[in-house]
Design a protein around this ligand. Structure first.
Ligand code: ADP
Ligand code: MG
Length: 301
């Protein structure tokens, strides 16, 4: 196959590993910076130009799209889809996953467990909002945050109200969420490919921190998931419509609760923690699934 990786930087660990894995398996691979693509959207033969040349019709494209370039990079991915290139993850599904509210609404509709969550823009009635999720302590999240940025723990009612007022002042969209205390600053990252969890790690927040993101100093170790946790992760990825996903789950008293579903999950942490060739498994998935014009992940919404 000839595989394109949509990535801004070929030196990033995940991109490097995907290149390596594709070559090892005998494929040709090109790294395309989505921001340098020019699209011909009107002609009968939709095409993408890159450094003045028309790009070939790849057999598959692996989007590795950073949050800050979502808008344009998704347009480029859509263009590849129109051209019949098989995407590891479809643009629609990535769009859903980038909006925490939208994906949580989809997960709720599908009956996937998650912490009690309320959404607000400029609530006049801060107290109702706080009461909805069972009062303090609670977690506040900016809708577009990643890597733990924009996620705040308010330990008291007063702190919660102050943060909500601040977000309101900033005109920000945010979620208010029940704090899962029993998670103990840990969460599970389940790496899903197709309908299987292929690798999983437990991330533990550093001392004095409740966010377990590796970017926030969390540490990772290998973990064995229960059948229920596996099923929840696969269900969450499917509901959002992702073939390749990093599903974040906390262990609640009554079972697994999904926090979010990531569409460009990093490979470094999970490969290091588990010793697995996750990049190779992503390529293996494409070998099985990629056909011209075949998109298989039509989720809902
Ligand atoms: P981000 O997209 O910034 O990673 P997350 O929703 O995944 O945002 O939150 C970051 C981290 O904060 C999680 O990995 C988890 O450790 C912690 N966390 C988030 N929400 C909760 C919650 N409701 N209860 C307990 N811990 C939480
Ligand atoms: Mg997260």
């Amino acid at each position: 196959m000839h595989i394109a990786i949509l990535s801004r930087n070929r030196h990033l660990y995940s991109t490097r590993r995907l290149i390596e894995a594709a070559r090892e398996r005998g494929h040709e691979v090109s790294v395309i910076d989505p921001l340098k693509c020019v699209m011909d959207v009107t002609s009968r033969r939709p095409s993408v130009y890159y450094r003045g040349e028309t790009l070939p019709r790849y057999d598959a494209v692996i989007p590795r799209i950073g949050a800050s370039v979502t808008f344009y990079a998704l347009a480029v991915l859509r263009q590849f889809e129109v051209m019949g290139v098989y995407p590891a993850n479809e643009s629609v599904a990535i769009g859903r996953s980038r909006d925490k509210l939208r994906s949580l609404q989809l997960l709720a509709r599908a009956g996937v467990g998650m912490p009690v969550t309320a959404f607000a823009h400029s609530p006049d009635d801060t107290q109702t909002l706080v009461r909805l999720v069972g009062g303090a302590p609670l977690v506040l999240k900016l809708l577009q945050g990643t890597q733990g940025r924009g996620v705040v723990l308010a330990e008291t009612q007063q702190a919660a109200e102050s943060v909500i007022d601040a977000f309101r002042e900033l005109d920000a969209n945010f979620l208010v969420q029940q704090f899962i205390h029993e998670a103990g600053g840990a969460d599970i990252r389940a790496f899903v490919i197709g309908d299987r969890v292929v690798a999983a790690m437990l991330r533990q927040a550093k001392e004095g921190e409740f966010r377990s993101n590796l970017h926030r100093g969390g540490s990772a170790s290998v973990v064995k998931l229960s059948p229920q946790e596996r099923a929840t992760a696969v269900r969450a990825a499917k509901t959002v419509g992702l073939n390749v996903a990093g599903v974040d789950i906390v262990r609640g008293h009554d079972g697994p609760l999904v926090l979010e579903v990531n569409s460009s999950p990093g490979l470094e942490g999970i490969e290091a923690a588990t010793g697995k060739d996750v990049a190779g498994m992503v390529i293996g998935f494409l070998e099985k699934q990629a056909r011209p014009g075949r998109t298989r992940t039509r989720g809902k919404g």
